[in-house]
Write a protein that binds this ligand. Structure first.
Ligand code: NAD
Length: 334
């Protein structure tokens, strides 16, 4: 590809020397110090990177700093991180609204607002500020990587790097190759994910929604169809996932499930069931009706459930506590 990616020798150095130490450590700039950026920053710092959180607004940085303090306290309280290590994590993260920071970057993750025009504008400027050898990635939830790459200077070093909320606990990272992304870039981004003890998967062909959201929305469409037809309540559908499918899928995927259950049986069930499943193309009414009312879930205090009287905080805390318990059981070295 003709580009010497500056992170490659630093990654080798990081792997051979381990952490801590800052001399020669890879420099990552995360743009957007919101829910995702703040969480990712902690993971990179945890595994030895020098992290800068960049945001267009000082309030964004303040929010990021606050989220990081909450997450770190929870990790320490639950025994996932020692107090010393947590202090070190905080010491390797800096915050800025100045774009000069991109001039020093080995690796950039853009986690700003999910709006194509804003992202195009961001990359037009930042890809020219960053050194030619920097790897550039976007955490878009599903916008076309190829389309975003049209704004990027030297787009062969640009690809999708899609994390799952909350990224400091959930290990999956989708590495998405756009039409202009070099194979070498995909390889290096996978190595970067591995260097921070995440689990990368590669997505080719730049499909809308990548893998996780395609699967997630296929399940959501059927869940909404079930509720709309009064086959079950919202809570019972959630319980089917929590006590049945979700437990299974934390350990084995859909293809492993078929192999273990018997392909012949899945074939026979599929021959009558696929035709009966929802294939609607519009957002189903149970979701659309709540959206129209401004019931956006924990962020507004009401969604499919009620989150008044501190319910939102309790729901978020419980989710993080349960995810962490599960992660500790299933994955080493988070
Ligand atoms: N929240 C999720 O569950 C989730 C999961 C995966 C991917 N994503 C994606 O990650 C990205 C960020 O999502 P989030 O939930 O962290 O959003 P957020 O609203 O919590 O944070 C976004 C931050 O970006 C800042 N920002 C906006 N425009 C900017 C610009 N031009 N330059 C610099 N900073 C700017 C804002 O001030 C804000 O602090 C989006 O693309 C989103 O689709 C989100």
């Amino acid at each position: 590809m003709g580009i010497a990616l500056s992170i490659k020798p630093k990654l080798e150095e990081l792997q051979s020397r381990g952490i801590p130490g800052t001399l020669g450590a890879p420099k990552i700039v995360i743009a957007g110090s919101g829910i995702m950026g703040a969480s990712m920053g902690q993971i990179f710092s945890r595994w030895g990177y020098l992290v800068t959180l960049y945001d267009i607004a000082q309030e964004g940085l303040d929010k990021g700093r606050e989220l990081i303090a909450i997450n770190q306290r929870a990790l320490v309280t639950q025994g996932a991180l020692s107090e010393d290590l947590s202090r070190e994590v905080l010491s390797r993260i800096s915050y800025t609204t100045g774009t000069d920071t991109f001039k020093e970057a080995d690796f950039v993750i853009e986690a700003i607002v999910e709006n194509l025009d804003v992202k195009l504008d961001f990359w037009k400027k930042v890809s020219r500020l960053a050194p030619d050898g920097a790897v550039l990635t976007t955490n878009t939830s599903g916008l076309s990587i190829t389309e975003i790459s049209t704004a990027v200077h030297l787009p062969e070093r640009f690809c999708g790097m899609h994390w799952v909320n909350p990224p400091h606990i959930v290990p999956l990272v989708e590495v998405i190759q756009g039409k202009n992304t070099a194979e070498e870039t995909v390889k290096v981004v996978r190595e970067v994910a591995l260097s921070v003890h995440r689990h990368p998967v590669t997505v080719r062909g730049d499909p809308r929604g990548f893998l996780l959201n395609r699967l997630q929305f296929a399940v959501l469409r059927e869940a909404l169809h079930i509720v709309e037809n009064n086959y079950a309540s919202v809570k019972d559908v959630d319980d089917v996932m929590k006590y049945g499918l979700g437990m299974r899928y934390a350990c084995i995927g859909p293809f492993e499930t078929v192999d273990l259950g018997g392909l012949d049986t899945f074939y026979r069930v599929g021959s009558y069931l696929f035709a009966d499943l929802s294939d609607v193309k519009d957002v189903p009414e149970p979701l659309a009706a709540l959206y129209r009312k401004g019931a956006f879930g924990t962020k507004t205090g009401k969604g499919f459930y009620d989150y008044g009287n501190g319910g939102a905080e309790r729901a978020i805390e419980k989710r993080d506590r349960d995810f962490l318990k599960l992660a500790k059981c299933l994955y080493e070295d988070l």
